[in-house]
Design a protein around this ligand. Structure first.
Ligand code: ZN
Ligand code: MN
Length: 482
């Protein structure tokens, strides 16, 4: 059977986190009474003039920088003309001839490795009114309009058609969302319509140079819906091609109930939006200082942090995600590593293990406890050098997290130092062997587990301070005598 492959591109509309709209002073508060946040500008009254919201431009510039785009030094706006009820003025203010950012990329990660999806552009535009027809309170054949959303600043992120599966599209979306949330430009809340995904997918014979006919799927409400819609389309188009048919160029809707797509409209020709420069908005020159300011504080991309955690810290992929995305963890971990010369893996163990458990038990965030990176590094050095054992280190850690303090001083004050002197340990091991003849017999019969009784005896006697390695060596050395 012939093999087919998908070519997928995604366009995402992201609502920027501004208090007011893109070209007027109306509020953007989610969930306000319908049409309560409107004015003549966002209602499209003739003769009104738009004024650019500086914060919208700053956030779009910052997002474009976070996505590695080439940034525009002059920002211009254009009119995208079309007629629909959600847009009474007859055009949407967008960026067609210019864009805040060109190119760029989103790096994603998965269990096996990493991938990069190149971007086409990132541009700024305004949202349109929300048309409501599916709700129970709308009479059939009628459409209600809420203009609270009209004029809200959107950033459109257009990928190149570079994805080949629904799973890859999901990984791209997860990485894109994470990047934008971390950059602080949007909440990317899918449930509130702040992150809306449009897709295009074509299917061709594997290896063929020419792309198949493109189908668009719009109005996807969740990442799950996007993945299901793309998987369904891949199968549907593949079946048509296998049967010798031709895929129609069209826009389809995904029905979450049935898991199928259905035709929304057939596109014989590309819509002509008669783009032209918006005469009511001047172009804006962005200085180098402005751009520098907009990118201030951007950290490494999510995929770069995941890679660093997996490769330099030997974290598993689940640990890497947890450490990369729990607030404050990555910064804390790398700051701790800066104080440590030896293995970095123990930092991962302590952070995903005891530190997280302590924080969860107390219901506090890492930033709110007394532990500092230098303190953790000093504690790990005490374990590494054999000054204290792991059990004692747990005790010291709990004190450091609640009351603060320097680990060496805590060990001193509480007498938690590890006992490594073989003479002392051997005398306790002798005691243990003499008191446990059954364990001795079992060990001699090759039952490794029986050793636990001896180790337990020694640890109890030393309040857990015995060096486990010395205890084990003493047991091996002395077993024959009993
Ligand atoms: Zn307004
Ligand atoms: Mn758009």
């Amino acid at each position: 059977m012939e093999s087919y492959e998908a070519t997928i591109g995604l366009e995402v509309h992201v609502q920027l986190k501004t208090r007011t709209k893109a070209f007027c002073a109306c509020a953007t508060t989610f969930g306000a009474a319908p049409n309560s946040q409107t004015c003549p500008v966002c209602l499209g009254h003739p003769g009104t003039l738009p004024v650019l919201n500086a914060e919208a431009l700053r956030l779009a510039t910052r997002a474009a920088a976070a996505l590695g785009c080439e940034l525009a030094d002059t920002v211009t706006f254009d009119r995208k003309n079309y007629f629909y009820v959600d847009l009474p003025k007859g055009f949407q203010i967008s960026q067609h001839f210019g864009a805040v950012g060109l190119g760029g990329q989103v790096a994603y990660w998965d269990l096996e490795g990493f991938g990069t999806i190149p971007l086409e552009r990132v541009h700024l535009e305004e949202d349109v009114a929300k048309a409501i027809h599916d709700e129970a309170y709308v009479r059939s054949g009628e459409t209600l309009l809420d203009f609270n959303r009209a004029g809200v600043p959107l950033m459109e992120v257009v990928s190149k058609p570079a994805m080949t599966s629904a799973g890859e599209a999901r990984r791209y979306i997860v990485a894109l969302r994470q990047t934008l949330i971390e950059a602080g430009v949007s909440d990317c809340d899918l449930d509130k319509g702040a992150f809306r995904i449009d897709t295009n997918i074509s299917v061709k014979r594997r290896g063929a140079a020419e792309l198949g006919e493109q189908v668009e799927i719009k109005n996807l409400n969740s990442i799950r819906a996007m993945e299901d819609a793309l998987a369904y389309e891949y199968e549907r188009q593949g079946a048509i091609l296998r049967a010798g048919g031709a895929v129609q160029r069209e826009t389809r809707l995904f029905d979450e109930g049935t898991g199928e797509t259905r035709v929304m409209r057939t596109k014989e020709v590309r819509a002509d939006y008669r783009f032209f420069a918006e005469p009511d908005l001047p172009s804006v020159h962005l200085t180098a200082a402005y751009i520098e300011n907009a990118r201030a504080g951007l950290g490494p991309a999510p995929a770069d942090r995941i890679r660093e955690l997996r490769e330099a810290y030997a974290a598993t992929s689940a640990e890497a995600e947890m450490l990369a995305f729990t607030p404050g963890y990555y910064e804390f971990l790398t700051a701790t590593a800066a104080h440590i010369r030896g293995e970095r893996r123990p930092i991962v163990n302590w952070m995903v293990g005891d530190i997280t458990r302590e924080l969860n038990e107390r219901g506090v965030a890492l930033a709110d406890c007394r532990l500092a990176p230098a303190g953790l590094a000093a504690l790990l050095t005490l374990v590494e050098s054999g000054t204290i054992n792991v059990a004692a280190a747990r005790e010291v850690l709990a004190i450091m997290m609640s009351a603060g303090g320097e680990p060496g001083a805590i060990v001193e004050a509480r007498g938690l130092g590890q006992i490594s002197d073989p003479a002392i340990i051997e005398s306790i091991v002798r005691e243990a062997l003499a008191a446990n003849p059954k364990a001795v017999a079992d060990m001699k019969a090759g039952k490794e587990k029986a050793k636990g009784a001896i180790v337990g005896f020694v640890m109890k006697k030393t309040s857990g301070r015995a060096n486990p390695e010395v205890v084990n060596a003493s047991i091996v050395k002395l077993l024959g005598e009993y």
